[in-house]
Design a protein around this ligand. Structure first.
Ligand code: NAD
Length: 436
């Protein structure tokens, strides 16, 4: 069934991965390694590859915060802008204790590839504040976000760099960021960030878009391998935003979702679960593992089920050298960012188990962010139906481009996705040339 050849390096993912499954590899090292690997398959000048190993700019800012108790604390914020040859930098702002300059640079590179594989007119950016958001009150998060918007005001903007939610941030933070930016600019500028609530220029369908794209790509992969979706069994790890939306759509399209999980464990029904009846993790914490199903499993056991498709959609680094030999599925579709480590990926390819990468599968999020940006610029909101239709169209185009590389160059799905992205970026760079 497999049309893949063995990889030499790992994917670039949203979260750090490990090289030998013991030493975690930084997002930056990972992103550079993936760039070098893809460069071998594309006809791009060496100088262009060299330029792409470095971010265009890295902004580091101090973000002072008046705490609710009257004390003052200073946090560090970053915005890495990797490349904008194809359009404004695009990427999330995360609030997490591990945020660092290096992590932001690595993740911004990954956003460059992700936007390019989807053929969106954006480059890659990523930023954040080194802070544990759970230690902040709502008011403190608002003050911190407004001050970050002010500190980054010179480097962001609808035509320059468009942030979005990421770990630890959401629609609320985007609303505060947009408001702070607009107040200083003297006009309402919704296009400065995406992922906003629809009432202030956010797009319908943004929240469910990554899960929807995972479902679309899984459906296409099932079709590519000549299976019938009605006879396909699927296990989904993580029944959150990405996992629940993907599982429910695949269920609607006829697949049998036999297992889903939350952080506390998995539920299993060999005859297929009613995914509409299972409440998502977000709807009620603990309700997935607490659901009345014929069998319960651990998260590890879910990954090892003898099913047609496994969709890891919870966290990174769950399929590693330690458990890859027990993976029994015929196809993996990455819903989460970086769920498969380099070592595991190598073994899966040797075994002929295809892995459809995160960079393609969950790219529905940034694609609907692009739709949001278009709606903001045009001051015209799209209906949910239109968002769904256009997302479907964009995903199918990206799938077709990647599939062409898989077939013509005999590449893995991961390599093919990176080759599509790098070719587009490389051609744009060569055509524009180096200024001055
Ligand atoms: P979420 O918080 O909505 O859901 C995560 C789910 O995974 C929950 O059911 C949670 O209980 C479960 N979970 C958490 N830790 C786990 C663990 N250690 N083992 C098993 N299950 C665990 O998160 P999400 O937004 O669905 O994101 C999931 C993944 O998809 C992350 O890797 C994220 O980076 C990636 N992603 C998210 C988006 C997005 O816009 N939501 C876009 C692209 C990629």
């Amino acid at each position: 069934m497999s049309k893949q050849k063995s990889p030499e390096t790992d994917e670039t993912s949203g979260e750090s991965t490990s090289t030998g499954d013991t030493e975690p590899e930084s997002a930056l090292a990972n992103a550079r390694r993936q760039l070098e690997r893809a460069a071998a398959y594309v006809d791009v000048e060496d100088g262009v590859i060299e330029r792409l190993k470095h971010p265009t700019k890295l902004q580091q800012v101090s973000v002072p915060l008046r705490r609710d108790d009257g004390s003052l604390e200073v946090f560090t914020g970053y915005r890495a802008q990797h490349d904008d040859v194809r359009g404004p930098y695009k990427g999330g702002i995360r609030y997490h204790p591990d945020v660092s300059a290096e992590e932001c640079i690595g993740l911004s590179m990954w956003m460059t590839w992700k936007c390019a594989v989807m053929d969106l007119p954006f480059g890659g950016g990523k930023g954040g504040i080194t802070v544990d958001p759970k230690t902040l009150s709502d008011e403190e998060r608002e003050r911190l976000t407004r001050r970050l918007a002010e500190e980054l005001r010179d480097v962001v903007g609808p035509k320059q760099d468009v942030p979005a939610p990421d770990m630890g941030t959401g629609p609320k933070e985007m609303a505060w960021f947009m408001d702070a930016y607009s107040m200083q600019e003297g006009e309402t500028m919704p296009g400065v960030v995406t992922g906003k609530p629809p009432v202030i220029g956010g797009s319908y369908g943004r929240e469910e878009a990554p899960g929807r794209s995972v479902a679309i790509i899984t459906r296409e992969a099932i079709d590519y391998y000549g299976w019938d979706i009605e006879d396909t069994t699927v296990a989904v790890q993580g029944f959150g935003s990405v996992g629940a939306n993907a599982a429910r759509l695949l269920d609607e399209w006829g697949a049998s979702i036999v297992a889903v999980s939350d952080v506390d464990g998995a539920i299993y029904d060999p005859d297929g679960l009613d995914t509409q009846d299972v409440e998502g993790h977000d709807e009620r914490p603990g309700m997935v593992s607490g659901y009345d199903a014929p069998e319960t499993l651990s998260n590890a056991e879910l990954l090892e089920l003898d099913v047609d498709v496994v969709i890891p959609a919870a966290v990174g680094n769950v399929i590693t050298a330690d458990n890859v030999d027990d993976i029994d599925a015929d196809l993996l579709v990455e819903g989460a960012n970086g769920p498969t480590t380099f070592a595991a990926d190598t073994i899966l390819e040797e075994r002929g188990v295809p892995v459809v990468p995160d960079i393609l599968a969950n790219a529905g999020g940034v694609t609907v962010s692009y739709f949001e940006w278009l709606q903001d610029i045009n001051r015209r909101q799209w209906s949910l139906d239109r968002v769904h239709e256009e997302l479907e169209e964009e995903m199918l185009k990206a799938w077709a481009a990647v599939q062409r590389e898989v077939d013509e160059q005999d590449l893995s799905w991961r390599d093919a996705a990176y080759v599509v992205a790098l070719s587009r970026i490389g051609k744009a760079k060569e055509t524009r040339g180096l200024w001055p």
